[in-house]
Ligand binder design. Structure first.
Ligand code: CTP
Ligand code: MN
Ligand code: MN
Ligand code: MN
Length: 386
């Protein structure tokens, strides 16, 4: 029953996710999927601390370069709390964890997942509705609650937005975004960020970071992009926020705030069914022809689908920080910031890195330089899937 304890390679002793290489999808998907359910359940209960503990366990297991066969192999591994270890042991011995199964089938978890699955609905709102007995979209629609614009769009496109975005769809969106950005500001650069930059094959949205090599040229760019997207009929919904970031003598903003302050747009794109990257490229040269083709190939009477897209504009001087911050994963980001504060007395945001001992900002023009400032070995985007 008890195998020999396996000597853990040095990197496995690393207790911060940013010290490890974490490829996608990992060798322990049964275990990580189970821990992810428990993390999500805690997060949906508003229990951030508990959620984070499960996320750290999940992240550690994702980074292992082989499949865990028995509990003995967990000896000496960091990040695994008692609760996580119990769940893992259950899964290894019985192939199933009763706690995970009970969580998944609980009415609360199911309702909260459904309600927070609506774009524009966070945990607090979902909780309020659930307390009032709302457990389905139909109940929400007849409840008489007035929904804000984001939530109305979220409800309207619920099915589409809960269908994963494929790599091919992301590439098609990239072509659309690049076309529009280059037409409103030649020389601007568009970089795919988020899960797709980490090499994921699907995602819940597509994330882009936009900049221009001449500092200042990017100011007000988001509004021009939105206007152009709208004139081409490519947007179903958008909410734009202006840039509110200023460097201050006190350090990298409020270090406690994980929200960044770039010009950005949370949007929903209208993506035609037959929009392979090639077709999309053609569409930009000859919009009329492709529109006709799309109508013919449309299934279910609708030749397009809704896709969530995040657009973020960064000045070139902050680009490396913005890229690191918008590539994720969320746990990788949290852990990098935690490492910075606890191990280096630095505060890291998507805008800057502030050294509290030297009382100055540390500049960087690449992600590699940021890792070097932090005293961390460089982890490539595809290794940040913690
Ligand atoms: N992010 C952020 N501020 C927000 C939303 C997101 O800084 N208000 C960052 C996250 O920290 C993450 C990146 O943007 O690093 C991408 O977030 P998201 O699109 O939610 O997740 P992905 O990792 O791309 O995964 P998914 O496939 O689900 O989209
Ligand atoms: Mn994303
Ligand atoms: Mn997501
Ligand atoms: Mn996103």
């Amino acid at each position: 029953q008890q195998g020999d304890p396996v000597e853990a390679p040095a990197f496995l002793a690393a207790s911060y996710a940013c010290q490890r290489n974490t490829p996608q999808p990992g060798h322990n998907t049964l275990l990580t999927a189970a821990l992810s359910v428990l993390a999500e359940s805690a997060e949906l209960n508003g229990d951030e601390g508990r959620g984070l503990a499960f996320r750290r366990s999940e992240g550690l297991l994702r980074s292992l370069d082989r499949r865990v066969q028995g509990p003995a192999e967990l000896r000496g591994l960091p990040c695994l709390g008692d609760h996580s270890r119990r769940v893992i042991q259950d899964l290894l011995e019985n192939g199933v964890s009763s706690e995970v199964e009970e969580t998944k089938s609980s009415p609360r978890y199911k309702a909260m997942k459904l309600l927070t699955g609506i774009f524009g609905v966070g945990v607090k709102t979902a909780k309020r509705w659930f307390t009032e007995g709302i457990c389905s979209l139909a109940q929400l629609e007849t409840s008489g609650h007035s929904l804000n614009a984001a939530q109305q769009a979220g409800l309207k496109y619920y099915t589409d937005l809960n269908q994963p975005v494929s790599r091919e769809e992301a590439d098609a969106v990239s072509v659309m975004v690049e076309g529009v950005v280059h037409s409103v500001l030649p020389g601007a650069r568009v970089t795919l960020a988020g899960g797709f930059r980490r090499g994921k094959m699907s995602g819940h949205d597509v994330d882009f970071l936009i900049t221009h090599p001449d500092e200042g040229k990017e100011e007000g760019l988001i509004h021009k992009i939105i206007a152009c997207l709208e004139s081409r009929g490519l947007l179903l919904y958008q909410q734009t926020t202006r840039n509110t970031y200023r460097e201050s003598a006190k350090g990298a903003g409020r270090p406690s705030s994980s929200m960044d302050r770039f010009e950005r747009c949370f949007s929903i794109f209208k993506l035609t069914n037959d929009s392979s990257p090639e077709d999309t490229r053609r569409a930009q040269q000859d919009p009329e022809r492709v529109r006709v083709e799309a109508d013919q190939t449309g299934s279910g009477g609708r030749p397009w689908r809704a896709v969530r897209v995040d657009l973020v504009v960064s000045p070139i001087s902050q680009f490396a920080f913005a890229l690191l911050g918008w590539t994720g994963s969320k746990l990788f980001e949290r852990e990098t910031r935690r490492w910075a504060v606890r191990e280096r007395s630095m505060s890291l945001s998507s805008h800057a890195l502030y050294d509290r001992n030297q009382e100055r900002y540390l500049r960087a023009s690449s992600e590699e330089e940021i890792f070097a400032h932090l005293g961390l070995e460089y982890v490539s985007p595809t290794g940040r899937n913690a």
